[in-house]
Design a protein around this ligand. Structure first.
Ligand code: GDP
Length: 480
């Protein structure tokens, strides 16, 4: 069956117009309350209102459509779950060393019998409870996941070397974490070095909006050394404090859902998927759907290489039994039977190439069109330029354009060509990329094309500002 916007709204006891507004604000155009929604759109839309869409059905035309059942996020059965943490920061500031140090600390705590295995993430025990760490540091992986609609991080640890300072990738990491609305704990690393200047780091980050708690702000700064182990306990404690404020919950009694962190084809074992279970409990024998792969779970292995029977919320686990290799960022669901899984997987495979609906594309033209239908819109921009001066000039000029109808938000601004990372950030935050005296580098152009991201290139600041201004007034002439 299909579900219309009106039906979905009714199931959530919301006004159809409110749901429509939300959809428009997400960049959809050409929809009204009688429009039928595809399953992915319905899911995303429902989640915006705090609902989950369960039980995805397959229609006659074999298209994945929305759900037969919408259930409220019931508090019943919900329990606190461990936080999932990603480590970010500039190259060489110590992300890998820190992850290694944290992992070693937990092994020393007496997890006998196992040898740590790389399964994409691991858990550590702290006096205040468990914390899960994603193994791949850096904001690229974080944003690539978000671009695919997955959010697998509750807290970001921002590593800054105390003998160095705030660097370009430090700034990028902050933008990416903020765009994902993920709280940051700062690890001022390499504190053992004679040249370490923690005060300077605190000052520099304050000017970027990360105010230390001891200076009356809201961000925890912890002095650590990944080399000596100094401060690691306190870092974990700070992470737990932030986690407690977030009141992270999940229901272990539900069917499992989560995200693929990485996947590969193993000669002996077949497709291997490393999954972060985010809700529910995954068990061997469950029928699992991961993107367009599916299968009966044959074996589950934890980060100590031990075979386990089940994995609950915030638990990383390696899964055997899928029929093909899924992609990182693919959503994972345990479904009721193989027939359902196969049908959905099949539909997804067919739709894989057109997953981004034409009309959900974000562009200045779309903004112009949407103006007629919505009250308030947000225009998100990523600005890249050849030199810091021009980046600042463009950023400053367009920031001032916000009016009562359109709010301009700069998601990220930086020096250099337009990268795949920029495009992923644009997808994740539904932004337009404005390049000033720069071009796209590597495969960024191709990725933007396939993801439906608009890249606008300019050589004259005035032209950039003028186009954006016209679009905001609903006056942008349609191009070509
Ligand atoms: P990444 O690129 O951010 O993952 O950084 P790495 O973890 O690879 O660290 C870069 C370099 O800094 C390596 O040579 C590490 O040994 C060194 N390093 C990392 N943390 C510390 C620390 O706390 N103190 C000192 N003295 N060196 C460190």
């Amino acid at each position: 069956e299909q579900v219309t916007l009106q039906q979905l709204a009714a199931k959530m006891s919301l006004k159809a117009t409110d749901v429509l507004m939300k959809l428009l604000s997400m960049g959809m155009t050409g929809v009204n309350i009688n429009s039928t929604l595809d399953a992915d759109t319905a899911k995303i839309l429902a989640s915006e209102f705090g609902w989950t869409v369960e039980d995805v059905a397959v229609s006659e035309e074999q298209s994945l459509t929305a759900a037969t059942e919408v259930s409220g996020e019931s508090e019943e059965g919900s329990e606190a779950r461990p936080a999932i943490v990603t480590v970010m920061g500039h190259v060489d500031h110590g992300k890998t060393s820190l992850l290694d140090r944290i992992r070693k600390a937990s092994v020393a705590d007496g997890e006998a019998g196992g040898i740590t295995q790389h399964i994409g993430a691991y858990r550590v025990e702290t006096p205040r409870g468990t914390v899960a760490f994603l193994d791949t540091p850096g904001h690229e992986a974080f944003t690539a996941m978000r671009a695919r609609g997955a959010s697998v991080t509750d807290i970001v640890i921002l590593v800054v070397a105390a003998d160095d300072g705030v660097m370009p990738q430090t700034r990028e990491a902050i933008s990416h974490a903020q765009a994902g609305k993920v709280p940051i704990v700062v690890a001022v690393n390499k504190i053992d070095k004679p040249a370490a200047d923690a005060e300077k780091i605190m000052r520099d980050l304050s000017s970027l909006g990360l105010q230390p708690e001891e200076w009356g702000g809201e961000t925890q700064f912890v002095h650590v050394s990944a080399k000596t182990g100094q401060g690691i306990d306190r870092l974990l404690e700070s992470v737990q404090l932030v986690a407690e404020i977030q009141e992270l919950k999940a229901n272990p009694k539900k069917r499992a859902s989560g995200t693929v962190i990485e996947a590969l084809l193993d000669r002996g074992r077949g497709p291997v998927a490393r999954i972060m279970v985010q809700d529910g409990t995954l068990r061997t024998g469950d029928v699992l759907l991961a993107g367009s792969a599916w299968g009966k779970v044959r074996a589950l292995t934890d980060e100590m290489g031990r075979s386990v029977a089940e994995a609950g919320p915030s638990t990383p686990v390696e899964v055997l039994g899928l029929n093909e290799v899924p992609s990182a960022g693919d959503p994972v669901h345990s479904v009721k039977d193989g027939k359902t899984a196969e049908e959905i997987a099949e539909t997804r495979r067919k739709k894989a190439k057109t997953l981004i609906p034409q009309d959900s594309r974000v562009s200045l033209e779309a903004l112009t069109r949407n103006l007629q239908e919505a009250d308030q819109l947000e225009l998100k921009l990523i600005i890249k330029g050849d030199v810091q001066g021009s980046v600042e000039a463009v950023t400053h000029a367009v920031s001032k354009l916000s009016n009562e109808k359109v709010k301009v938000t700069i998601v990220n601004a930086g020096v250099g060509g337009i990268t795949e990372g920029d495009v992923n950030l644009a997808v994740a935050s539904k932004a337009i990329i404005v390049g000033f005296n720069v071009r796209s580098a590597g495969k960024a152009g191709q990725l933007a094309e396939s993801e439906g991201i608009e890249i606008r290139l300019y050589n004259i600041i005035y032209n950039a500002v003028d186009d954006i201004k016209s679009a905001m007034e609903g006056l942008l002439p349609a191009t070509k």
